[in-house]
Design a binder for this molecule. Sequence first.
Ligand SMILES: Nc1ncnc2c1ncn2[C@@H]1O[C@H](COP(=O)(O)OP(=O)(O)O)[C@@H](O)[C@H]1O
Ligand SMILES: [Mg+2]
Length: 293
Amino acid sequence: MPVRRLPAGLGGPPALASALRDAQYIASDDLATATFLALSLQKPLLLEGAPGVGKTEGAKALASIMGRELVRLQCYEGIDASAAMYEWNFPRQMLAIRQAGDDYVNLYSDEFLIARPILQALEQPSDRVLLIDEIDRADHEFEAFLLEFLSDFTLSIPERGTMRAVEPPIVVLTSNRTRELHEALRRRCVYHWIDYPDPALEASIVMMRASTVAHDTAHKVVAAVGQLREQPLAKPPGVAETVEWAEAATLLHQQGATWPRAFARAIGVVLKDQDDLEFIAPQVDALLERVAS
Ligand SMILES: Nc1ncnc2c1ncn2[C@@H]1O[C@H](COP(=O)(O)OP(=O)(O)O)[C@@H](O)[C@H]1O
Ligand SMILES: [Mg+2]
């Protein structure tokens, strides 16, 4: 099995975790290990987890520490291969034909080729990280197409022939698990489930991302968010919401609001769904008292 040599200073899970932290991303040991293995074994890394647990941010931080450009393919319902691979610039082709008159024009030269993320990654695999974000939003057909690409990193352009990456690109896939991904796709990847961070880790994230927030406040917010995540909410808060809640409450506290009023009043940054707000409203004071004690 061919093994990728990682840049100096990234040669193991602890070194990777430390570099990621310098890039403002705190990875658990398990995530650092999965990332290390995916990079070394030259396999795509598949990150699955609830919205807001740090999947996209993890891919960005990885690109940053590898000194590479992140090429992001955001998936959506109905996404097709041309949005992912390449398109021919039809208006420019038409213009070229008109301008050429009787002369010959090669309509399939680079000039007319618009590279989308997959082709971009394939053309310069050593300079880029390909992020295929929220693959669960795409349909099964698109997933099958991706599987083909991820099997041999080739792309067939009928007018040009088959293009092959000179080395396997670094690929990160994410899924919010709104549906099961195909078994074959998962088998192709190194898989890691990102859970909500444990309280200590989430408090570190809050303090790293929101420098104005006091240590004690960070821990209280993390505990309160932990309680919210145990409720049957439509949109449980992600890590970004924890950070924002801590910041917002700190701001209100500076304006004179007392704990836990500051947190209760800032609830709109953590719950953004009307039904969730209505459900939580009657118990918010009790919940906050609980974590304060
Ligand atoms: N491990 C982490 N380290 C640092 N920041 C994090 C971490 N996890 C989440 N965040 C913060 O939470 C935000 C949301 O994360 P994001 O990657 O967008 O979630 P996802 O893609 O899983 O929905 C990020 O912008 C970042 O500020
Ligand atoms: Mg995301």
